[in-house]
Design a protein around this ligand. Sequence first.
Ligand SMILES: Nc1nc2c(ncn2[C@@H]2O[C@H](COP(=O)(O)OP(=O)(O)OP(=O)(O)O)[C@@H](O)[C@H]2O)c(=O)[nH]1
Length: 348
Amino acid sequence: MDGRIPVIIVAGFLGSGKTTLLNHLLTNNAGARIGVVVNDFGSINIDAMSVAGQVDSMVSLGNGCLCCAVDARGMDDLLSRLARPGADLDVIVVESSGLADPRVMIRLVLACQNKRIGYGGLVEVVDAAEFETTRVRHPELDQHLWFADLVVLNKTDRIDDTAHARIRELVAGLGKGTPVLSTAHGRVDPELLFERPERPRRDDVARQLSFDELLAEHDHDHADSGDCHPHSAYETVEFTSDEPMDPRALMAFLDERPAGVYRIKGFVHFGLPGHRQKFSLHTVGNYLRFQRSRWEAGEQRRTRLVVIGTGIDADSLRQRLASCVADGEHGDGLIEHGMLSVLRFTHS
Ligand SMILES: Nc1nc2c(ncn2[C@@H]2O[C@H](COP(=O)(O)OP(=O)(O)OP(=O)(O)O)[C@@H](O)[C@H]2O)c(=O)[nH]1
């Protein structure tokens, strides 16, 4: 696999539902291979990992707080073990206790020297029912929310609609336009967090349901009513343009994504000499990656992006993207310079 493996930090105070979220992702992995770093294996759904052949993709620290137990070198070693080519992981999830300082965790991942690793963002899990009491006990929760790229407002089944609306507003006000996703039992759509891998399917002669599919079906059968449709919890905005995009303007947009945006996927047509290929774009939180490939024969050269988040102003988002369409007034030099910043994030 080319490209970097995004490392997503899942943080949250005691009992907020981190492990529940992680287990949900492991059982509904959309075909992605997930590596995990956890404090202990006790409550991880090992069955889900072992049927996916991923038992060797877990690293346990076995002791307390990740940010105290591991230094930069330690984290580098940990992540490098998981990122080894044979493991073929698509994403790594680091479960971090509420007591770990998120800034330290982010720094540890960013300091990783391994070129196969990229920081994929901080997901803060919040117990909606306990939010106000947790905040009194741990004022640093506000800081967690500020650094988060996505807030998962969990346990919404435990509060009524009025309390939900109040807590949601409070949580949103503490972020910097950070999207807030309401869930019960950590049921986040995995495609919101990572890319569905494009692996060639092994079409066996008599193909049976894979363990992944069986597990997904099992989980679906047992899903509580009320939150079976994670898609309804966030919005998607589509943007298409047949005109080429201006790389400088698009990178400026990506550097400063509008409030509420958590994920962007799709492909971009720059159409510049030497860069006429299809640039697939994939962002999760702070993670940004382009991948360059050929257009299929007969495929229309066009940009098509899907922006996912919560509380997005769809009209202004489309306008901002429309303003990234090349208007031909910039000199070639400037555009070429803009292309360099795209290429910094590009894997062929
Ligand atoms: N009612 C309700 N219970 C939940 C929800 N999510 C998790 N729980 C329960 O809350 C408890 C704590 O969940 P965990 O996933 O272990 O939380 P955690 O953040 O990993 O906990 P620590 O590792 O101890 O910090 C478990 O008993 C879960 O079954 C939810 O959305 N609603």
